[in-house]
Write a protein that binds this ligand. Structure first.
Ligand code: M6R
Length: 596
């Protein structure tokens, strides 16, 4: 969702801010803007559309060494130039960018800002007008910002410029990610480390309700009450090249093909010095000690959780329930006496998950987060964290994070191991090799996408047992980037209603990797074929027929989702490519979903 970058230092800020915003493009946005402090003035430029559109309208002659930038994913007010950030106060003294949602904007307008003529439809404008109001009533700028923070209900990451002080960048945070980057002779802020990684790898985490006063020499962090906070910096586990596409046409392709490497990296990160399985003992103990594991996640991470449940129940013998985060709050399952909550989130910032985390912590339960982003909100706020080690995932469609989630879940289940012994590293090693073989067959997937998918309005993925969970993820991949309406369906359930949707040439893709269901799913394929469907089969070699379209080398059946998803990711990629869709930044979607 929205992204923020800010810089104060000695270089011209234009490219620093625009480059930083480009690094945040993956989060999803529909407009962008920049403000540059220039000769006791603040130059503002904003535009609907992409960063390249913003570049197109920017006055290249404006220079400055202090600036803020923003990518907006519209929530309040349509995506247009006026609603884009930065927003300015009525006298234009203060200029501000904001990520998040202000829930009490109407009350604040009513209480403090009745006389103000607003120029946009955003909740954000309330913040900048409030700061100006409190300053006009005699408050010092710092106090006015903290006073404003204390009036706000909701989430915010803010970057603020004051026209009357060209040597300071102000920032604040609540429930929305924000990091400060420390440099030599400059300092930065950004929604994530990637926005700043070309300049610094030295970051301060910022806690909720903290306020920052930043000059080119120092970063000062304060509580909302004005008390100074001291904190050490940390380095992020990424380098600048991780965030580049290299020779790949799209991040999604790069990330699909990184999966074998990621699996091997996970094996090494979860090994001790003897090469044995290592997971932080406290985490293993917490899983062993709980009477039920509740997995909370959204989207692709939820799909990984469904497979994780199989591992925990079949390998670790631990009862597990998987709940969609946005449903949990309103429809909480009857909890056991000693539950453990496992949050799965690539970004570690998903607001729906965080809402559950806050709630279950209040209830006194133990929490664990599985995430790709060290230092992310969910990671910081949980009792323990397991990292994915997948490297930055930039494409909105999650690929390598999904398989990394499954791999780490299998490792945790194998470590707890109460039921069956599994040489998890050996099996994951086979998976990495099989993934490579599957990646080598991409021309085949392209042909299949062209033949089966490109001209279709809708499509079905069908499977049973573990294959059904793969189908859910495969269908999400296809629909989110190619816009083909796709359903992942339990193959045996088709005949109970949905088979009515099968028409001449409706694509039905069957996934068969489990011996126990092979014959049943094959019967379901015959049923849809008899009704005109165009069928495609992805199967494990030992279960395959001559006519199957994609055959996967034999791997452990429990881990087969890790292999079976690879062709499905490619099918989605090629269907989107052939349809001319924006693969890495599909419409309406954001990578990091920081609103509930
Ligand atoms: O960062 P998270 O894993 O918490 O994100 C959850 C979903 O928003 C995410 O998996 C989404 O479904 C992906 N775009 C799917 O490719």
């Amino acid at each position: 969702m929205c992204g923020i970058v800010g810089y104060i230092g000695f270089e011209d800020v234009k490219e620093i801010i625009l480059g930083g915003l480009e690094k945040l493009e993956y989060r999803g946005y529909d407009s962008a803007g920049i403000a540059i402090a220039n000769n006791n003035n603040v130059y503002v430029c904003k535009e609907k559309g992409r960063i390249k559109d913003l570049r197109g309208c920017l006055d290249v002659n404006v220079t400055g060494t202090l600036g803020i930038g923003h990518t907006r994913w519209a929530t309040h007010g349509v995506p247009n130039k006026i609603n884009s950030h930065p927003h300015q106060s009525c006298t234009k003294r203060f200029t501000l960018v904001h990520n998040g949602i202000i829930e009490n904007e109407n009350e604040l307008r009513e209480k403090f800002l009745k006389d103000i003529e607003f120029t946009s439809d955003t909740d954000t404008e309330v913040i900048v007008q409030l700061i100006e109001k409190f300053v006009s009533e005699g408050e010092e700028v710092e106090l006015a910002i903290r006073h404003t923070m204390s009036e706000l209900e909701g989430s915010y990451a803010l970057a603020i410029l004051d026209k009357e002080d060209m040597n300071t960048l102000y920032a604040a945070k609540n429930k929305t990610p924000l990091l400060a980057g420390k440099g030599e002779g400059f300092n930065m802020i950004g929604s994530d480390a990637m926005a700043m990684i070309n300049y610094t790898n030295n970051f301060y985490e910022i806690e909720d309700k903290e306020f920052l006063k930043i000059t080119k020499e120092k970063i000062e962090i304060f509580t909302i009450y004005g008390n100074k906070v001291t904190r050490d910096t940390y380095t992020a586990d990424i380098d600048a090249s991780d965030t580049e596409k290299g020779t790949y046409p799209h991040y999604m392709m790069k990330e699909i093909e990184e999966q074998p490497f990621v699996i091997r990296k996970i094996i090494s990160e979860y090994s001790d010095e003897n090469g044995d399985l290592f997971v932080e003992p406290e985490i293993v103990e917490n899983v062993k000690a709980c009477d039920k594991l509740y997995i909370i996640a959204c989207g692709t991470s939820y799909h990984a959780g469904l497979i994780g449940k199989q591992f925990f129940e079949k390998i670790a013998g631990k009862p597990t329930e998987v709940v969609i985060a946005s449903e949990f709050i309103y429809n909480m399952p009857l909890l056991t006496e000693k539950p453990l909550f496992l949050f799965i989130s690539q970004s570690g910032e998903t607001a729906d998950c965080r809402a559950v985390l806050v709630k279950v912590k209040q209830m006194g339960f133990k929490t664990l987060t599985l995430t790709n982003v060290k230092g992310s909100t969910l990671s910081r706020e949980s009792d323990n964290t397991l990292l994915l080690y997948a490297g930055p995932e930039i494409a909105v469609a999650s690929t390598k994070a999904y398989t990394a989630q499954i791999a780490v879940l299998s490792i945790l289940a194998a470590k707890v191991n109460n039921k069956i012994n599994i040489d998890i590293f050996k099996e994951l090693g086979k998976i990495a090799y099989t993934m490579e073989t599957l990646c080598d067959d991409k021309d085949n997937y392209k042909e299949l996408a062209e033949k089966f998918l490109v001209k279709s309005r809708n499509c079905f993925y069908i499977g049973r047992s573990m294959d059904y969970f793969v189908c859910l993820e495969a269908s999400l991949k296809l629909k989110e980037i190619s816009y083909i309406q796709t359903e992942g369906f339990a193959a045996g359930e088709l005949k109970h209603g949905t088979i009515a949707l099968i028409e001449h040439d409706t694509p039905v893709i069957a996934v068969i990797t489990q011996e126990s269901i092979n014959l049943n799913t094959r019967s379901n394929i015959k049923e849809v074929k008899a009704r005109g469907a165009a069928t495609m089969v992805i199967s494990l070699k030992k279960l395959s027929n001559e006519t199957d379209d994609i055959v996967i080398d034999d791997v452990n059946e429990l881990l087969s989702p890790l292999a079976a998803i690879i062709p499905a990711q490619y099918l989605a990629y090629y269907a989107a490519l052939l349809k001319g869709c924006d693969i890495d930044k599909p419409r309406n979607l954001a990578k990091s979903v920081t609103v509930e």
